[in-house]
Design a protein around this ligand. Structure first.
Ligand code: HEM
Length: 306
């Protein structure tokens, strides 16, 4: 448990540090004046490596004993065509595990948080979603999730309105930046296209600033719109587009649907204040990533008690 907390706080430190680090990255003077802050940010990978490598080593020893096949096990089995040695190194596995945890968790959590906020503000949508997903199965399978059209519509509307990564990156600041790696490289990336502007385009969507999942149901203006753009018209692209688009899109959407279905099946979500007054603030944090500025607080009631 101690290690899980340490990993969590190191990742949190990274997310908190990325905005100040982006301000410091282009200025040598800035980095000199705030060297402590810069070095701390730049050392994130080393600190994560120190936490991950003993766990990877342990798994290397145990993988021959069989049992549960984890993500790290699949990386241990990978053959990397390199100079002499084809086995994956601890550093490579650590970088992939951190990418998985870094890119694949907060994006999903943030989408769920925005969605729940809308379900509280618009209880009629929550009611429809509950009717869609209600049931007694303890475990939801991928196959079952495909039978919930309203759940899919709610998720797509949330991804359109609140893309957690609001831009695509195809450039870095200066030739030196191209040689940087790790957190330093991330601090020098230049947003090149706004993903959010596409999903909020007035010519493509009716009242784009409103949360209306129905637009993704049969007959709606978004019925045939895919979150992963094909070769035709692009009306939203929460996972980017082209060769560098998000490799975790399928997994991300599966996680969003699974969590949302379970959270709405099990609990009724309401504003914290009993008078129904909503203190939910839909402002975005002014930074690199678009999370809620004021984290969601809600009153939840188990449905089976009602
Ligand atoms: C709601 C969930 C998610 C959203 C909205 C999201 C969004 C994005 C976006 C917009 C990009 C940049 C794409 C581009 O520049 O064209 C990206 C890249 C990436 N995502 Fe996701 N993502 C999500 C979930 C995940 C998950 C679950 C994983 C892994 C398990 C993941 C791993 C990555 C990685 C590794 C990249 C970098 C790809 C590259 O640079 O080639 N993402 N994601």
């Amino acid at each position: 448990m101690h290690v899980v907390h340490a990993i969590r706080s190191t990742l949190q430190e990274f997310f908190d540090g990325i905005n100040p680090a982006r301000a410091l990255a282009p200025s040598s003077l800035g980095r000199l004046l705030h060297w402590r802050q810069w070095l701390r940010f730049a050392g994130t990978f080393e600190r994560l490596n120190a936490l991950f490598v003993p766990l990877i080593e342990e798994r290397r020893r145990r993988s021959k004993c069989g049992g549960f096949h984890s993500y790290v096990d699949s990386l241990l089995e990978l053959q990397v065509p390199d100079d002499d040695d084809t086995t994956t190194t601890n550093d490579q596995i650590s970088a992939l595990a951190w990418e998985f945890l870094g890119a694949g968790t907060w994006t999903v959590v943030s989408t769920i948080e925005w969605t729940l906020a809308h379900l509280i503000i618009q209880p009629e949508i929550q009611k429809k979603l509950y009717q869609d997903v209600a049931g007694d199965d303890v475990v939801l399978t991928e196959e079952q999730l495909r039978r919930f059209p309203y759940l899919r519509a709610v998720m797509l509307e949330s991804l359109r309105l609140h893309p957690s990564v609001p831009f695509m990156i195809r450039d870095a600041a200066g030739p030196e930046a191209a040689k940087a790696c790790g957190p330093k490289a991330l601090a020098t990336l230049l947003p090149s296209m706004s993903i959010k502007d596409i999903g909020w385009n007035r010519d493509a969507w009716t009242s784009p600033e409103k949360f209306i999942p129905e637009r993704f149901l049969a007959g709606g203006e978004g019925e045939h719109v895919s979150p992963i753009p094909g070769s035709k018209e692009i009306k939203m692209m929460p996972f980017g587009a082209g060769r560098r688009s998000c490799p975790g899109a399928g997994l991300g959407m599966l996680h969003i649907k699974m969590f949302l279905a379970a959270l709405v099946r099990e609990f009724e979500w309401a504003p914290l204040a009993h008078d129904g007054g909503s203190e939910i603030d839909l402002k975005e944090q002014n930074g690199f990533f678009k999370v809620m500025q004021t984290p969601l607080r809600a009153r939840i009631t188990p449905r089976h008690n009602k």
